[in-house]
Design a protein around this ligand. Structure first.
Ligand SMILES: [Zn+2]
Ligand SMILES: [Zn+2]
Ligand SMILES: [Zn+2]
Ligand SMILES: [Zn+2]
Ligand SMILES: [Zn+2]
Ligand SMILES: [Zn+2]
Ligand SMILES: [Zn+2]
Ligand SMILES: [Zn+2]
Length: 267
């Protein structure tokens, strides 16, 4: 099979491998039988296919054959080429069928996740409840949400579980990329995009709003008007005085609330 122009270019620029990994082999995709430098190259290419039904993702564990980049011999997956003896990757995982020369990334295979991760085994622990590896700083220091990483980042929509970027766990236990989280905070968004709970301690902001409200007297017509609110932080509903600046939860004092229709009480 002819290598695509793009693949040849990548090859020349990086010496060997692709923009994702440095390795001395290409993988035979089990799904479409084509050769690709890595599964990301496969997924990038297939996601561009014009017919939506042709688009698909490669299942890394299913790869059975590789082609050595030094001698072009196709062979069953292994670290060392059976023909020329070259190591096709300094790091090799026989479960993920994964090769990479950049050992500085400190790859490790987590048996519970079932995939290889980067960043050094000693820096991570596997949370059984969340079903994913987290950095040690989060040990005994996060709210567990079942399968919390098996979804797409709510900001950039990349699938989180096998993303190579760092993860942030918010106070509510939901997750997103660290860089997406910081981008969100920079834009003064302090609610979890998934559950709307406050993502950081907001007590200082709430105090500032208290002061603002105290300094802003509502027109007489509004002074006795009340509204029902639902608190995004504690899920309680309370009836409070209407104010243009904000409505404070009568239960937990959060201003992360929204007005709702009055509850229908049983007669
Ligand atoms: Zn690649
Ligand atoms: Zn070879
Ligand atoms: Zn692995
Ligand atoms: Zn894990
Ligand atoms: Zn957990
Ligand atoms: Zn993201
Ligand atoms: Zn949340
Ligand atoms: Zn509340």
């Amino acid at each position: 099979m002819e290598r695509s122009v793009l693949e040849r270019l990548d090859f020349g620029k990086m010496g060997y491998g692709c923009k994702h990994y440095r390795r001395r082999c290409r993988i035979r995709a089990p799904c479409c039988n084509e050769l690709y430098s890595c599964r990301h190259c496969h997924n990038d290419a297939t996601s561009m296919l014009s017919k939506p039904l042709d688009r698909h993702e490669l299942v890394r564990q299913d790869v059975e054959h590789v082609v050595c980049s030094v001698c072009d011999t196709e062979q069953p997956v292994a670290q060392v080429c059976t023909n020329c003896g070259v190591r096709m990757g300094e790091y090799f995982c026989s479960i993920c069928k994964f090769f990479d020369d950049e050992t500085g990334k400190e790859h490790f295979h987590c048996d519970d996740c079932g995939i290889c991760r980067v960043g050094g085994r000693e820096n991570f622990f596997h949370c059984k409840k969340c079903g994913s590896c987290y950095s040690n700083g989060l040990r005994d220091n996060h709210l567990c949400v079942e399968n919390s990483m098996r979804h797409h980042c709510p900001i950039c929509y990349e699938y989180l579980f096998d993303s190579l970027k760092d993860t942030a766990v918010m106070k509510c236990g939901h997750t997103m990329h660290s860089e997406c989280y910081h981008e969100m905070i920079k834009r003064d968004q302090y609610c979890c995009p998934i559950c709307s709970k406050s993502v950081i301690d907001m007590s200082r902001t709430w105090k500032r709003i208290d002061e603002e409200i105290e300094a802003t007297v509502m027109p007489e017509d509004y002074q006795n008007r009340k509204v029902w609110i639902l608190c995004n932080d504690c899920n309680d509903t309370t009836e409070v005085y209407f104010h243009i600046i904000g409505h404070k939860c009568g239960h937990c004092n959060s201003y992360n609330t929204r007005a709702i229709a009055p509850p229908v009480l049983p007669q």
